[in-house]
Design a protein around this ligand. Structure first.
Ligand SMILES: [Zn+2]
Length: 469
């Protein structure tokens, strides 16, 4: 919905808002289904049992077509490959991808429409703007093919999680559908196209929480999809209010899922959790299976590589930048796109027998990484165990604008205790070094990002550049 439409939307009666949401829901559903979706679902059912070699052959075949297409129809890739004296026939396998440089967010911003294929009709495309915590947003386009394939992967994920596509579910994430000015329930809207209850993240407060629980029980909703932080807030507020609420399945995506958050949500809702990872750039899709040993990378979706600081591919088991190539988007083909996340692909296959490799330790985004004066890069998980010494801590957020200083906001139940602060300061100094000035601040609430996400670290210090990226 565009901004001026959002203002209009806020003024119309609630039943009409529900009708509008449902009409929009039907349009999206129609665009993402049909014979093409059924074909993609059949392929994914079959390829779920491919062995490693067969999966790689499938990727190579798809990649070969993509490179030829990009060379012939995308001005940026034509020029890039010509300047590197590469012909499409030089990049025919996943291993050959190393001949091409990494594509960064800055590249996408600079190249703009030169990354758009001349073979697609712009009317049939969806324009998507994605933004990190820092930096300007980038715009890419999806064609119908990538929307269909993404939907087929969602079907596979739901199948792995044991969710019936027709069963009602609730969503606690994404765009606000309930105007902030509304002070009384319903703090939700209903998308009849998908039997989806859209819960408002912005209205989750102790005095409102019982109304959420009543509505979810009344509708007998057993499946929730949410961000880890929003599911946590729902569970915590319900727990504090003494309300019991059960879900059968909770699917989580959009933020790294930490073990304490996971067990808290699992315990309160008495549910089974399925974690998934995706990106608006549509280069990567990964999700847990019933064994919960990590997130299976859906290799039919794209080619995923882990690179070191010099742009060289790392073996499984080592942590580095996630770089991924979409095998399906023919509008803005992204080849070796560095999405800004850091991760590790497991050396061990999943015990379920599927040969799709597992992500372990899907850390975070580049802007979540602290850059220290001595050049060290610190993932936010590194600081996490230090907060354990502060009793009554709910959340902590680290802000960094220059390498030599960090500011930490602590959201706690009660005022800070000097002795605990001393332990934390000692812990931090040992890890960050004496060259970093650390300041702490207790706050009542750490605000979420406009889309309702919680960031543990927000650093505006750019990561060191290297030649390959
Ligand atoms: Zn598995």
């Amino acid at each position: 919905m565009k901004l001026h439409n959002e203002r209009l939307y806020a003024r119309i009666p609630i039943p009409l808002q529900n009708a509008l949401i449902s009409v929009y829901g039907w349009q999206v559903l129609r665009r993402r289904s049909g014979p093409d979706l059924e074909a993609a679902k059949r392929l994914l059912e079959e390829s779920e049992r491919y062995d490693k070699t067969r999966l790689r052959e499938w990727q190579d075949e798809k990649l070969k077509g993509l490179i030829l297409y990009a060379y012939e129809t995308v001005p940026y890739y034509r020029e890039l490959m010509d300047s590197l004296h590469l012909r499409p026939s030089d990049v025919e396998t996943v291993d050959d991808l190393a001949k091409l440089p990494v594509l960064t967010r800055e590249d996408i911003r600079e190249q703009g429409e030169r990354l758009l294929s001349t073979a697609v009709k712009s009317k049939s495309l969806r324009r998507v703007a994605t933004s990190g915590t820092t930096g300007a947003p980038i715009t890419i386009f999806w064609d119908r093919g990538v929307e269909i394939f993404n939907n087929a992967c969602m079907h596979r994920f739901h199948h792995l999680a044991g969710i019936d596509p027709r069963e009602p579910f609730a969503t606690l994430m994404g765009r606000p559908t309930v105007p902030l000015s509304q002070t009384k329930p319903p703090f939700w809207r209903y998308n009849a196209a998908r039997r989806q209850l859209l819960l408002s993240t912005l209205h989750l407060r102790p005095d409102n929480i019982s109304s959420y629980a009543r509505e979810l029980k009344r509708r007998r909703i057993a499946v929730l999809e949410a961000y880890p932080s929003s599911a946590y807030i729902l569970a915590k507020l319900l727990k504090d209010a003494g309300e019991e609420l059960r879900f059968r399945i909770v699917t989580l995506t959009g933020e790294p899922l930490l073990p304490p958050t996971r067990s808290f949500i699992e315990k309160h809702f008495q549910c089974e959790i399925f974690d998934a990872y995706g990106a608006a750039e549509r280069t990567l899709f990964a999700a847990e299976c019933e064994r919960h040993e990590g997130l299976h990378i859906f290799e039919e979706y794209g080619v995923t590589e882990i690179l070191d600081g010099d742009g060289l591919r790392l073996p499984h088991g080592e942590s580095g930048r996630i770089v991924a190539t979409s095998l399906h988007n023919r509008a803005t083909p992204l080849i070796r796109y560095a999405c800004g996340d850091i991760g590790t692909i497991s050396e061990t296959p999943c015990s379920c027998g599927r040969s799709h490799p597992l992500f372990e330790d899907l850390t975070t985004r580049e802007e979540d990484i602290l850059v220290l004066p001595d050049g060290r890069l610190l993932p936010p998980l590194f600081l996490l165990s230090g907060y354990g010494c502060i009793t009554g801590i709910r959340k902590a957020q680290v802000l960094q604008d220059e390498p030599s200083a960090i500011h930490i906001k602590l959201e706690t139940d009660h005022p800070l205790i000097a002795a605990e602060v001393a332990v934390l300061m000692d812990y931090l100094t040992k890890r960050l070094g004496n060259g970093v000035k650390i300041t702490l601040e207790r706050v009542d609430e750490i605000p979420l990002s406009p889309l309702g996400k919680f960031r543990r670290v927000i650093s505006t210090v750019p990561l060191p550049k290297n030649n390959n990226t």
